[in-house]
Design a binder for this molecule. Structure first.
Ligand code: ASP
Length: 589
């Protein structure tokens, strides 16, 4: 006996007359007082099974007992449906299986929700993930993911990249998040860190002569969960020896194109657009601008230097957005609230009505020359940001994004890939009172800026780049530091003493002394890419068993406490550090 001869979605007219077994889940069941119709379903589709009590009384008895999501095996002849029963909407709609045996293979309790019901709360979907995955949406998304990852592998291997596995239990790899740590029973008091990325291993592999490395790597970071962020995510992790950054971009662009092709979609044109970070910030107020709509930010710092409007005259930077619509008072109030959320003090504006007349509390302070610069089409609005460049970019960038959405300016048909290049190497952290890496501490320095490292760290441009798709950051990479003395200088700027550097990254400094070739690469966020390809609003929809927004895994109930014996064995005592976001945290003593 074989369980099934065809998948449920496969029978066609050409199979009429064949004896077949089909197996799957019971979908809709219609009992016509005698004849029973059951939709037998698997991931390929549905085939209608008909049970006729006259034809097979035993099968009919089983059919009466069938409930939703029972697992069934039906055997019988595939027949043509009566002409008026043909369902043109279903690939198997011309045929049905006339069952002479129907076996209930497995029963199901009443379900907490119907398969493919679209209105189910996410927490419930995650709690019963197996039912959720049985539905069409998750089936489609997980299969799409598998297609893309397999295309990545074929493509990378065709270019001579070698898949090398790197450890899960390792030492901290700083990517700007906290580490998840694992206690070690054999060495009480010591901990492994789970990798935030395989960054250091892939660099070591380049020194080790592997030349071209890739891996579909799991990266684990303890940070707050968001639509595009989980504790765990997958990267197409890449490293190359002797690359220019253009070489890296070409490889990654090819991977993106290969994924589109594997899904039967028109791939984006190569090369992708490129834009220095500085320009992205100035024109779009973001280091991951969505280029599917224009709404660019313009600079007015020079124009307003002598302004009678003191706020403009005194600001380090004045910029504005020209919105192609006459915004109402209520809309402006709402946008002002938004601007304040992003750190702005208020929102200065000029509204030009249908006649081109200006309406604004600040118009009286502006000269004719200033107004002439800002004047746009009739029925438009100018929104200003004034202050430090970083703040102005943040506020206007957020407003731009919001208005792009609300005013329907985003062309959903368009795909805009963009390399953002030339990030600063460091960023000043007010909180920590020191320079921190904009990416990670192994990012290369633009050669002409090396001399500024100690004297003007904020001005140093790095050799890093991000890939952005329609406003989502898909990943980052860089040409790395491969010289020990330069790496040590960067550590020092970061406030890492030579002793600390030795303790944390001694092995890296050591390999840099033993024939390190120039190298560089990229970490490509697979889950974000898949979510966008699948048209999903968040990465949980493309991950089989994601964490809920609370950070827990609702199906298994993880994380959990551990039995005392296990803690003792690990040399760990749990102390109360209070509740963090609804969960007990633990530390060691
Ligand atoms: N390891 C980096 C990251 O996870 C990517 C890279 O620089 O290759 O962001």
């Amino acid at each position: 006996m074989s369980w099934r001869d065809l998948m449920c979605g496969e029978p066609r007219s050409a199979d009429i007359g064949k004896r077949l077994s089909l197996a799957g889940w019971a979908g809709r069941r219609r009992d016509h007082g005698g004849l029973v119709f059951i939709d037998l379903r698997d991931h390929t589709g549905i085939c209608q099974v008909v049970v006729n009590p006259e034809h097979s009384p035993e099968a009919a008895e089983a059919a009466h007992a069938v409930r939703a999501e029972f697992v069934l095996r039906a055997e019988g002849e595939l027949v043509a449906r009566a002409p008026d029963a043909v369902n043109p909407g279903l690939p198997t709609g011309e045929v049905e299986l006339q069952a002479d045996s129907l076996e209930i293979v497995s029963r199901s309790e009443a379900l907490p929700f119907q398969i493919d019901d679209e209105g189910v709360e996410e927490e419930t979907r995650l709690r019963y993930r197996y039912l959720d995955i049985r539905g069409e949406r998750m089936q489609r998304n997980l299969r799409l993911g598998a297609t893309v990852i397999s295309a990545f592998r074929r493509y990378m291997e065709s270019l001579g990249f070698v898949d090398v596995w790197t450890p899960m239990l390792t030492k901290a790899t700083p990517e700007g998040a906290r580490d998840f740590v694992v206690p070690v029973r054999l060495q009480p008091g010591k901990f492994f860190a789970l990798p935030q990325s395989p960054q250091l291993f892939k660099q070591v592999l380049m020194v080790a002569g592997m030349d071209r490395y890739y891996q579909i790597a799991t990266c684990i970071r303890d940070e707050d969960l968001r639509a595009d962020r989980q504790f765990e995510h997958r990267q197409l992790d890449v490293e190359m020896a002797f690359p220019t950054r253009e070489d890296v971009w070409e490889v990654i662009e090819g991977a993106v194109r290969g994924a589109f092709e594997a899904l039967g979609r028109e791939p984006p044109a190569q090369p992708f657009r490129r834009m220095p970070w500085q320009e992205a910030k100035a024109r779009y107020g973001s280091d991951k601008p969505d280029l599917r709509f224009d709404l660019e930010i313009s600079d007015a710092t020079e124009t307003t230097r002598e302004s009678e409007f003191k706020i403009f005259a005194d600001a380090t930077c004045v910029r504005f957005l020209r919105v192609p619509q006459e915004l109402s008072r209520a809309e402006l109030d709402r946008l002002e609230e938004r601007a304040k959320q992003w750190g702005g003090k208020g929102l200065a504006y000029l509204v030009f009505d249908e006649e081109g007349e200006v309406r604004s509390p600040i118009a009286k302070f502006l000269s004719e020359e200033e107004l002439a610069v800002f004047r746009g089409e009739p029925a438009s609005t100018v929104l200003f940001g004034a202050g430090e460049p970083e703040l102005v970019a943040r506020v206007l960038g957020a407003l731009r994004q919001q208005l792009g959405r609300e005013l329907g300016l985003i062309d959903e048909e368009r795909d805009e890939f963009l390399w953002v290049t030339d990030f600063p190497l460091f960023e000043w952290s007010e909180e920590e009172g020191r320079w921190v890496s904009e990416h990670h501490p192994f990012t290369g320095v633009r050669p002409e800026d090396e001399e500024l490292l100690e004297s003007d760290p904020g001005a140093v441009v790095s050799q890093s780049y991000d890939l952005v798709w329609n406003g989502w950051e898909l990943g980052s990479g860089s040409i790395r530091i491969h010289r020990q003395e330069l790496q040590e200088r960067v550590f020092r700027v970061l406030g890492i003493s030579d002793e600390q550097a030795q303790a944390r990254f001694g092995f890296l400094l050591e390999v840099m002394r033993m024939g390190a070739p120039p190298h560089g690469g990229f970490g490509f966020g697979v889950d974000r890419f898949l979510a966008l390809l699948a048209g999903e609003p968040n990465i949980r929809e493309v991950i089989a068993f994601p964490k809920a927004a609370s950070g827990s895994e609702p199906m298994t109930g993880a994380p959990t406490t551990l039995p005392d014996e296990q803690l003792t064995e690990l040399g760990i005592r749990v102390v109360d550090v209070g509740q963090r976001k609804g969960h007990t945290s633990w530390s060691t003593q």
